[in-house]
Design a protein around this ligand. Sequence first.
Ligand SMILES: NC(=O)c1ccc[n+]([C@@H]2O[C@H](COP(=O)([O-])OP(=O)(O)OC[C@H]3O[C@@H](n4cnc5c(N)ncnc54)[C@H](OP(=O)(O)O)[C@@H]3O)[C@@H](O)[C@H]2O)c1
Length: 276
Amino acid sequence: MDFNNKLVLITGASSGIGAATAKEFAKHNARVLLLARRIEELRKVAEEIQREGGYAKYYPVNIADYRSVEKTANKIKKEVGIPDIIFNNGGSGIWKYIDEETSEDISKLMTLYFGAFFVTRVFLPDILKRNTGHIVNMSSHVPVLPFPGANGYIVAHAAMRGFTDALRSDLYNTDINVTLLSCAKFRSTFWANNPGSEERYPKVALILGVPPVEVVARIIVKSTYKKKKVVTIPSLLKLADLINFICPPLMRWLLYHTGFTRKDLIVKNQKKPITP
Ligand SMILES: NC(=O)c1ccc[n+]([C@@H]2O[C@H](COP(=O)([O-])OP(=O)(O)OC[C@H]3O[C@@H](n4cnc5c(N)ncnc54)[C@H](OP(=O)(O)O)[C@@H]3O)[C@@H](O)[C@H]2O)c1
């Protein structure tokens, strides 16, 4: 596997799967551009790649703000050029029931879609002119197998899947590839960055195992290289899809009864200190 100096732009590259994927791409001879808000974290990831002999540059940006994206994209175009591969990955994960959610939570969650839209749109005219490129979109499998207590997160990932399908249609008859990653839980900084979410993950899904980011990064890079259209991670998830296809009530029962319930929510809220 040799990416032959290809330029790979990765959002959400300051931690978790974004950082791990950047390291994996760099190992296979890609030049990586790291994007996120936390400049110190980005610098550390870039330095680690450079120490190993790889090429990495970092650009602090808020992908939810199109002005910030446009400014950064202009800088990238001037300094390094147009990316060959864009990995839209940056986002967060506040898991709440709809009645717990605030408008700020929803804006934060929709960063995944808005970020992907702004970043893709800003580079796409040049990518189209060149008629070669690859857009890889991160998504969770949760819209396929939804469970209670993560309303906005499920919606944000459904938006990302819709965006990916629509983009694929827009790029029909071009040489630009589109990949959808559909992931179950993996071990990353995500859970510490989004406190209160992990306890809501349905226990039944733990049967699939929880791979570390390095393993998932290897799958993502290999699938990008092979230009796969849809990648389900881990592949065992397809079995869950099959069960859901054959007997949806059974899958619903498993997800609802091994997940976080409203009863758990009441108990949790009762434990909260009473403020005067
Ligand atoms: N971990 C899992 O089990 C899992 C499963 C399925 C899908 N996913 C998805 O994978 C993606 C990456 O998650 P992760 O596990 O790597 O967790 P993470 O370590 O929390 O990574 C999130 C990344 O997104 C960046 N980000 C968030 N908001 C941003 C903004 N407004 N502008 C720029 N960058 C922003 C963060 O960087 P800054 O804070 O520095 O900006 C960080 O680099 C997420 O979209 C998540 O929903 C994760």
